[in-house]
Write a protein that binds this ligand. Structure first.
Ligand code: ATP
Length: 514
């Protein structure tokens, strides 16, 4: 079974104990909402990025990838709207002195209604057994419908108040719902205020000539300002996309839930430039394509859902999140936004440079529309990692902790283990490492009893353990143990490479998108 909310702590401690994620500057007691990826974590993260890059750039002949700078001319952020509108509504609890995002408090309240719906469904499932029709139950049960309607009404009202900047009503909503501070339990709230999330810094040595800069809060703007350069030099024809992976920074008000919400994080974004009027079609297409990418990793299709935005950002004419079932509930993993010509149009205005495309098919120039897909690397990491971590009871009554990572993403693909540290077995094991390391990330381990070594590799998510024993000396065969089934079989050393490849090959996984 996958771990539940109560076990989220286990996810965090497993990530630390096995060298995936550490708190930043831990020896100085850490820095709030900043994390470091360790030896296993960096490998997993790189594999996630590669899986995205290959799917988006390599497999699409009309998408190219760039790597733009974190620092950008400050006018960029005026044009993008971030200086004026990249705010979160914050509210303080006067008793605990804790600061919250007002919209998150309300969303959490609605999340509890969702949890009640799930409980009703589970109860009914138990009662009706095999005959249970979940969809029909959700569509007709009065209690479920009541919770659903209430949730929708709350979110619609919040969306309206936020887009009208009616912060007094956001506070009124929190009061009407009797939302209490999770820490103090009190309803003693301040007014709701707006807070800009960008980090400021300075470029230049002397105080009077230094220029105020921002650390980019998203990678997208690095794509927009390069739109024309890439289009011209790459001779790109609309529709085409520009993809990028890079760091982004946000001074988040409430930074919690481990790597889910950080102040420094990484995004994988793709801006798809299209002819005005075709945005609905492309928006739907990209929603579908991105969901397929997620499904290809096999984390369970029930763990994803779309959530349409009630409150559209200043640049969007349609927006949806792909939400994932994290151990703390369904939350945003990726955003798909129809951004119209807002960004390019605005950069035209602020820069005085034309950012248009001459369309030879209609003999006209226009500012292209944009559909964006934007996913956080760290949230994807958390989705994959928390979904993979299992505690299993074995037939002999003992338990094992296993990280059932999709094999294509696993940091180490195979561990090579000599049964004993003598009789020439380590030499053969080293030779196998030498042969395999050109194609796969492999590890050598000779310490402790072999059972303990298996457990350790299970906890790291290594799909294969290859054991060299005395029979190997006679017939050049080894045992290969599969992480998930724990099945072991005997194979020739010469077959190892193709056996591993069949399970970890990118092509094998990405083909599932078709
Ligand atoms: P949220 O509502 O959770 O703050 P957002 O809607 O502001 O997220 P976007 O601006 O759409 O997020 O950013 C695109 C993606 O970047 C998100 O789907 C998420 O995966 C990731 N992301 C955004 N903020 C953070 C953060 N503080 N830490 C980690 N990942 C983030």
């Amino acid at each position: 079974m996958a771990l539940q909310e109560d076990d989220f702590k286990k996810v965090i401690s497993h990530a630390k104990e096995y060298g995936f994620v550490f708190q930043s500057s831990e020896i100085y007691d850490g820095l709030s909402a900043v994390y470091d990826y360790a030896q296993q974590g960096a490998a997993l993260k790189n594999n996630i990025k590669e899986y995205w890059w290959k799917a988006m750039v390599q497999l699409h002949d009309n998408i190219v990838g760039i790597d733009s700078a974190i620092f950008m001319h400050p006018t960029t952020w005026k044009a993008s709207g971030h200086v004026d509108a990249f705010n979160d509504p914050l509210i303080d609890n006067k008793d605990s002195k804790k600061r919250y995002r007002a919209d998150v408090l309300i969303e959490d309240y609605v999340g509890k209604l969702d949890a009640k719906i799930e409980k009703e469904v589970a109860k009914a499932q138990k009662r009706f057994g095999e005959a249970f029709d979940k969809e029909q139950f959700i569509a007709t049960n009065p209690r479920v419908l009541g919770y659903k309607q209430k949730g929708e009404e709350i979110l619609a009202r919040m969306g309206k108040s936020l887009s009208e900047e009616n912060l007094a009503d956001v506070k009124a909503l929190i009061e009407e719902l009797e939302i209490v501070c999770p820490l103090s339990g009190s309803k003693n709230w301040t007014d709701v205020k707006q807070f800009n999330l960008m980090f400021g810094t300075k470029l230049g040595a002397s105080a009077d000539t230094a220029m105020d800069l921002y650390l980019r809060p998203e990678t997208a703007q690095g794509i927009f300002v390069n739109f024309l350069n890439v289009q011209k030099t790459g001779r790109m024809k609309i529709p085409f996309g520009i993809a990028q992976i890079g760091k982004a920074f946000r001074n988040e008000i409430v930074a919690r839930q481990f790597i889910f919400r950080q102040r420094e994080f990484e995004q994988m974004e793709m801006q798809f430039f299209i002819k005005p009027g075709t945005q609905k079609e492309w928006y739907e297409k990209w929603k579908e394509t991105r969901l397929k990418w997620h499904h290809s990793l096999g984390l369970g299709e029930d763990n994803y859902r779309f959530h349409d935005h009630e409150k559209l950002a200043h640049y969007a004419d349609a927006a949806a999140d792909i939400e994932f079932k994290f151990p703390f509930g369904f939350k945003e993993l990726e955003g798909i936004h129809s951004r119209t010509d807002f960004d390019l149009g605005s950069h035209e205005k602020y820069s005085g440079k034309k950012l248009q495309y001459f369309d030879p098919e209609i003999n006209e120039s226009y500012v292209p529309y944009v559909v964006e897909t934007s996913i956080g690397v760290d949230r994807m990491f958390l989705a994959v990692f928390s979904n993979a971590l299992r505690e299993e009871e074995l037939e002999n009554g003992s338990t094992r902790t296993v990280l059932k990572l999709p094999a294509v993403l696993a940091p180490t693909k195979a561990a090579i283990l000599p049964l004993v540290k003598k009789d020439g077995l380590p030499e053969i094991a080293h030779q196998i490492v030498e042969d395999l390391k050109w194609d796969f990330e492999v590890a050598y381990d000779e310490k402790d009893a072999v059972g303990r070594r298996y457990r350790r590799q299970d906890a790291l998510g290594t799909p294969f353990c290859i054991t060299v024993d005395h029979q190997t000396l006679e017939d050049q065969t080894v045992t290969i143990r599969h992480r998930d089934s724990m099945d072991q079989n005997r194979v020739a050393i010469s077959e190892l490479s193709s056996i591993i490849k069949a399970e970890v090959d990118l092509k094998h996984w990405l083909k599932k998108m078709n």
